[in-house]
Design a protein around this ligand. Structure first.
Ligand code: ATP
Length: 381
């Protein structure tokens, strides 16, 4: 008897800037695997004067993710000077997507200073300096806060200071640290490193470190663990990245070290990510909307395609995920159908191709789905 095909429902958010181009590339690669997906496309605006007044984060978009439980998302531009601090951060906070998982793996063919990078960065997504609790210079609230700090903390702040708060809670720390150890166990990883600056921020980072040590003790004998100051980590990562396995970090360090790690494996164009809540998963590239590249068919689609590979694994479409990753590897290794950012100084030896052409090259290297591509096209929303 023929096996019944599961039709997955997935929210597709093209986003803005280079988002629509890289997500279109990932969308076509995923469809070409033959996996049946009913896509629910949700568009996002960038401000009140453009995009026919589509809000940056609509109720329909949030509903769609909550209903489908899985989304593939491009970067959403945050309008300058109006609205939320970051639409991407607001989405993670609204849906309580507390864990950001960013695998950083160097693929053969990609130009890097290193031979072997295979680490996973796990970033807390909901608090820290990203909580958005800020007081502007010269306001009555800031003056009040400065007086409060003087009275209760014995510290005199400058009257013209702006202040941002850094909340780190026991609950959020335990949740992300436990997540990191469970991730390590499930994925055959050996070592979890907690990243902090607890020698200076004794209470906020100190709490993160204390909870790490408590949780880590439960995994003694199963997963190795250590902690490291964030400044020391930066130095060691650019010298010996092969010594790291799973990193778990509070939000801000996670953001900064993500870009550093992307630099180890070929740049932002190749770094995928997942934002996970208790039952929701949003797959998205690490990079932002890169307005300088938008609309030119030159952005690298690899980060979005790898996010798609991670999504297929999450949907338990393991064989399709492996095939798509293998096809991407062939194209990266050959190096003649890749975007300009992957060329380095080699660009005269090989021609550069556009975003869509790179996706087509990957699709032409996909094996095992002959005859199925046309069928999946019918499932598009
Ligand atoms: P955000 O504030 O959202 O992080 P940003 O503009 O600071 O956005 P990105 O949009 O992530 O940062 O990109 C920074 C630079 O990296 C871009 O200007 C671009 O040159 C490069 N870049 C980012 N994504 C890609 C990509 N997919 N392909 C090629 N280059 C990229």
């Amino acid at each position: 008897m023929k096996k019944q095909r599961i039709v997955h429902k997935v929210t597709l958010i093209p986003g803005n800037g280079i988002g629509p181009e890289v997500i279109a590339a990932a969308h076509s690669c995923i469809d070409a695997t033959g996996v049946a997906i009913k896509w629910d496309v949700q568009r996002t605006g960038v401000g009140p004067s453009t995009d026919n007044n589509i809000p940056a984060l609509s109720a329909a978009l949030l509903d769609s993710i909550q209903k489908n439980k899985v989304a593939l998302k491009g970067p959403i531009t945050t309008p300058v000077g109006i609205g939320m601090r970051s639409v991407n951060v607001a989405l993670r906070q609204t849906l309580d997507l507390y864990a950001c998982v960013r695998p950083c793996r160097l693929y053969p063919g990609i130009i890097s200073r290193f031979d072997n990078v295979d680490l996973v960065l796990i970033r807390e997504n909901t608090e820290d300096l990203y909580a958005g609790i800020e007081y502007d210079c010269g306001t009555s609230e800031t003056t009040e806060l400065i007086e409060w700090v003087k009275k209760h903390g014995g510290k005199t702040l400058q009257n013209d200071a702006a202040i941002s708060l850094k909340p780190i809670s026991a609950r959020a720390s335990e949740r992300i640290i436990r997540f990191a150890f469970e991730y390590a166990l499930k994925n055959g990883r050996k070592m979890v490193t907690a990243v902090h600056k607890a020698n200076i921020m004794k209470y906020s980072d100190g709490l993160f470190l204390k909870i790490f040590r408590q949780v880590a003790a439960e995994y003694d004998g199963k997963i190795d663990h250590r902690d490291q100051l964030v400044d020391s980590l930066c130095m060691q990562l650019v010298r010996t990245p092969e010594c790291y396995d799973v990193l778990v970090l509070p939000n801000l360090y996670g953001d900064i070290i993500s870009d550093l790690c992307a630099g180890l494996i070929g740049g932002l164009g190749v770094a995928p990510g997942i934002n996970l809540g208790s039952d929701l998963a949003v797959f998205e590239p690490v990079h932002g909307s890169a307005p300088d590249l938008a609309g030119k068919n030159i952005a690298n689609p690899t980060a979005s395609i790898l996010s798609g590979v991670l999504m297929l694994r999450h949907l338990r479409e393991l064989e399709a995920a492996d095939r798509l990753e293998a096809a991407l590897k062939v194209v990266l290794k050959a190096g003649d159908h890749v975007t300009a950012d992957l060329k380095g100084s080699d660009s005269r030896q090989h021609p550069v191709v556009g975003t869509q052409q790179m996706a087509e090259a990957i699709i032409s290297n996909l094996t095992g789905n002959e005859g199925e591509i046309a069928q999946t096209g019918a499932n598009h929303a």
